[in-house]
Design a protein around this ligand. Structure first.
Ligand code: SAM
Length: 272
């Protein structure tokens, strides 16, 4: 085995880069915002991030994902995307965003070299969105998803963290979006990270989610091009979009993990 291999013989080729610890949402389940913000002087500059990725690329990293906090809050993010897209060996640059600012930046990000985007969206209801995220921004996020499609960021994946009693009544609505709108929806099991505000929240297992969706039709395993992550993909009969299931709580995938994380203040982490 060549490249970056850890002590469990896992080949690491994927680096997630957090460019900021700031977020413009305050999701009930998320630990971002519950820890004090770092001083600006401790946040890596774009040049420092570029240097880390240059070195990582020589060791076998060929895919990067820009995340946060909310990455689109970092000014001139397209400049970083452009810098990373010039690095030899990096052949995939992706973004994970809450989508609020995506319609403003989708075109310039695509032009700078961004390939694809994952948008976090847990509900299609305006009230539910306010309850989960603390913001009244559902319209902006839906516009952001549309803008990403139009800009040619493909695929756009929509990530839904499923919470019992909060949005699990929308599992079927999200599944239907893979048929009606061609969305690539990914259902994510909530991970209780132990912060106070998440104490009352309950995970819904991927298996239960799949069972509920079966009321819409047989789930066909999807083996086409999907991504580099741990999701298992399926498709409803006739759907353009796919559905992925990410199950960190009930179907562990640590043995196939291929990723490293770079925190916004420059720490390298092998795990969440
Ligand atoms: N702000 C960006 C966003 O919203 O996509 C990027 C950062 S956010 C922390 C990345 C993803 O982690 C989001 O899809 C979010 O829903 C998910 N996430 C955060 N806390 C989680 C938890 N406790 N369990 C499961 N997923 C979580």
């Amino acid at each position: 085995m060549t490249g970056l291999v850890d002590s469990w013989q896992r080949q690491l080729n994927y680096l997630r880069i957090s460019v900021t610890d700031h977020c413009n949402m305050s999701c009930v389940y998320c630990s971002v915002g519950s820890v004090p913000l770092l001083p600006r002087s401790e946040i890596l500059s774009y040049e420092e991030i570029e240097r880390v990725v240059q070195v990582a690329a020589t060791m076998g990293i060929n895919k990067v994902r820009i995340t946060g906090g909310e990455p689109l809050l970092r000014s001139d993010l397209s400049r970083l995307v452009g810098m990373l897209s010039q690095i030899e060996g990096i052949d995939d640059i992706a973004l994970t965003s809450n989508g609020i600012l995506l319609s403003k930046y989708a075109v310039e990000l695509k032009q700078a070299g961004l390939k694809r985007v994952n948008v976090s969206l847990d509900t299609l209801k305006r009230d539910g969105f306010k309850r989960i995220t603390g913001r009244d921004k559902l319209g902006e996020v839906l516009s952001g998803i549309e803008a990403a499609h139009v800009a040619g960021l493909q695929p756009v994946k929509v990530n839904m963290v499923v919470l019992r009693g909060m949005n699990d009544d929308e599992i079927i609505d999200f599944a239907r979006m893979s048929t009606n709108q061609g969305w690539h929806v990914r259902f994510i099991e909530f991970m209780p990270f132990g912060m106070l505000k998440a104490e009352a929240l309950e995970t819904v297992s991927a298996q239960e989610i799949r069972e509920r969706i079966r009321s819409l039709g047989k789930l066909e395993p999807y083996t086409g091009k999907t991504g580099n992550g741990p999701a298992k993909y399926y498709r409803l009969p006739g759907a353009r979009g796919t559905m992925g299931f990410i199950s960190p709580m009930t179907e562990h995938f640590c043995d196939t993990c291929n990723r490293l994380r770079l925190t916004s203040d420059g720490q390298l982490r092998p795990c969440l």
